[in-house]
Write a protein that binds this ligand. Structure first.
Ligand code: ADP
Ligand code: MG
Ligand code: MG
Length: 206
């Protein structure tokens, strides 16, 4: 696999977020400010524009530039968080062969970046509640000898369970935390977009 797989991934993410923009915004209207779908769609349309005008030689350059684009085009909480994820993912891949192990290190570096910026803990009802189980499932799959596609499928399935498990939680980070107990009973928008991003990875990065 090479840079083309990552180009396909980002284009597929853009398509999936565009298709799900109204859904993500509806989730954000219940516990936020009704812009998560629009934020993600705008950010990834800018990433698609970047892919249309630039050809990248390596996955690390591509992911770093995509991260910078998200930071600059998406406001709110999710732009800097996802921007940092892709920036750190790319940085971790610099000079590395693309294997299930190095991609796993990249995913961990990306999520460490999300935590460094957002300070979320497990159970705070954020995107981290999807990322954390996804990383565990990915690592377990790779340790068991799984190939990249199998490991990413396991990660996406675990993310979906983590996303579903955000529904009863009371939010402790981000705008939803302003609602206190009233945030319970609603699925977290960011955990939902993280799951879409990983489902797309499982489809395209095999
Ligand atoms: P905003 O809340 O600024 O309008 P978005 O609506 O685009 O930004 O994104 C909201 C999502 O961002 C939440 O559903 C949550 O998953 C995620 N989020 C918010 N704050 C944090 C944080 N500190 N750490 C991790 N994720 C966060
Ligand atoms: Mg919002
Ligand atoms: Mg907002």
């Amino acid at each position: 696999m090479g840079v083309d797989s990552f180009v396909n991934w980002l284009r597929d993410v853009a398509g999936s977020l565009h298709e799900n923009a109204a859904y993500l915004t509806e989730l954000d209207s219940a516990i936020g400010d009704a812009d998560h779908g629009a934020n993600m769609d705008r950010g990834f349309q800018a990433v698609v524009a970047l892919l249309d005008e630039t050809s990248f030689e390596s996955a690390d350059e591509l992911l770093k530039k995509a991260g910078m684009t998200l930071v600059s085009k998406v406001g709110g909480a999710s732009g800097p968080l996802y921007g940092t994820f892709f920036l750190r993912f790319g940085t971790a891949l610099a000079g590395a062969d693309l294997t299930p192990e190095t991609i796993g290190k990249g995913l961990h570096a990306g999520v460490d970046g999300v935590l460094a910026r957002g300070k979320a803990e497990l159970g705070d009802k954020t995107m981290y509640d999807a990322w954390a189980p996804a990383l565990t499932a990915y690592d377990d799959a790779v340790a068991g000898g799984a190939d990249l596609g199998t490991a990413l499928t396991a990660a996406a399935e675990a993310a979906a369970k983590g996303r579903d498990a955000t529904t009863p939680l009371v939010a402790r980070k981000g705008r939803a935390s302003y609602l206190g107990e009233r945030s319970a009973g609603h699925q977290d928008p960011g955990a939902t977009s993280t799951t879409l991003i990983l489902e797309s990875a499982a489809r395209t990065l095999a």
